[in-house]
Unconditional design. Structure first.
Length: 362
DNA sequence: AAATCCGACAACCGCATCGGA
DNA sequence: TTCCGATGCGGTTGTCGGATT
């Protein structure tokens, strides 16, 4: 085994050496791609198909490595790449799948058609990890995951419901027998700003946006849930004491008191408002999770909806009722959890893109 | 108006794995 | 079985543009 490893290392070294030699012979370009390069790459792939990237790099006239060509194609030029901000459905799916699989970006990306592993990774690092940093917890810690599950995920579900029913009413509960594909395909596209079909976004080579951002609008401006608040009473979705409960419950339950360090290094804070403020940032700062225009569905309404939506989904958001979902557990690779994230995921798929439908296990 | 900060994301790098010779 | 080229994956860095001071 170690012999094989050594051989592998030698092979890689030799390969790297050849790469270096090649790089010296042909002045390889680095950095941002130009329109001409993109055209060259797309034309070559149109004629010869994907794959054989090193050959492509040599024969296409591009002064790039095969790796670079492959990355450019897969992450940017491929026609089915979906651009723009992640929808709440996609965000929810990412959270759910990451809780199961960790940093398996490519695996997660397989469940988000049109999204690349790079995009998902960037989302995680810039949005999710940022919030974890603010909370001074490890983004992979159980306490953070559970805070996400019982605070962030419900918010996303709320937002998804708002997106699908701009008139302020919750969508009718979806049952397992419901023909999702039929209904979802006829629904209106999500009313996100940049998520809308921007012709240029799917044809970057023709858009002339080289060396500039594709979509300058921040994610926080992409929601369209403003109409929901009118019809629903603006009751708080979670009280401060509930947030405190999240922190205490999971910190204690998992013995993660050390990585929940809201008071600047001296252990768990004893100030409810500080913890609540920190957790509040999960949903209200830059995460596109805040209630639509300050108005939200009531806990009871949303809970009713989710319970009706999820088959047997009686433990989603039970924290609001103070009852733990004892039926939980077996939640993935990270050990037991009282939260039925599989059901949250089902709801996400049912509400979202038909391609995200339940596939018999993820 | 200029300087600085920061978020977003494209791109690069190193390593692992696969598959054919 | 070993070698080796190709490809895939995840971590990290660089760059740009908007926001803030």
């Amino acid at each position: 085994m170690s012999q094989r490893k050594g051989a592998m290392a030698a092979a890689v070294t030799a390969s790297k050496h050849r790469e270096d030699q090649e790089a010296m012979m042909v002045e390889l370009r680095r950095g941002p791609w130009t329109l001409e390069e993109d055209n060259l790459l797309m034309n070559y792939i149109a004629c010869h198909g994907e794959g054989r990237w090193n050959l492509l790099a040599r024969c296409s006239g591009l002064k790039r490595t095969g790796k670079s060509c492959r990355l450019r194609w897969l992450n940017y030029l491929k026609p089915d790449i979906k651009r723009g901000n992640l929808t709440p459905e996609e965000q929810l799916l990412i959270l759910e799948l990451h809780s199961k699989w960790g940093n398996r970006w490519s695996r997660i990306a397989q469940h988000l058609p049109g999204r690349t592993d790079n995009e998902i990774k960037n989302y995680w690092r810039t949005r999710v990890q940022k919030q974890a940093r603010q909370l001074r917890v490890d983004a992979n810690s159980a306490v953070f995951r559970d805070a996400v599950r019982c605070y962030w995920m419900p918010r996303l579900l709320e937002k998804m419901a708002a997106h699908h029913h701009g008139d302020g009413e919750l969508p009718p509960p979806l049952h397992p027998s419901h023909n999702i594909a039929g209904t979802a395909s006829s629904r209106s596209p999500p009313a996100h700003g940049s998520q809308q079909e921007d012709p240029s976004s799917s044809a970057p080579a023709a858009s002339g946006h080289y060396l500039q951002q594709v979509d300058p609008s921040p994610s926080t401006s992409t929601t369209s849930g403003s109409t929901t608040s009118a019809a629903l009473p603006p009751v708080p979705c979670f009280s401060e004491s509930e947030l405190r409960w999240v922190v205490d419950q999971y910190g204690a339950a998992y013995g993660y008191t050390d990585d929940l360090d809201l008071d600047g290094g001296a252990g768990v804070v004893d100030d409810d408002s500080a913890a609540a403020a920190a957790l509040d940032s999960l949903g209200l700062d830059g995460l596109d999770l805040g209630p639509a225009d300050g108005g939200v569905y009531s806990d009871a309404t949303l809970l009713d909806y989710l319970n009706a939506t999820c088959a047997g989904g009686t433990t989603v958001m039970t924290m609001m009722g103070g009852v733990h979902g004892a039926a939980g557990g077996g939640d993935g690779d990270y050990g037991p959890s009282p939260w039925r994230t599989d059901e949250l995921g089902q709801t996400a798929r049912k509400l979202g893109d038909p391609q995200h439908q339940w596939r018999g296990g993820i």
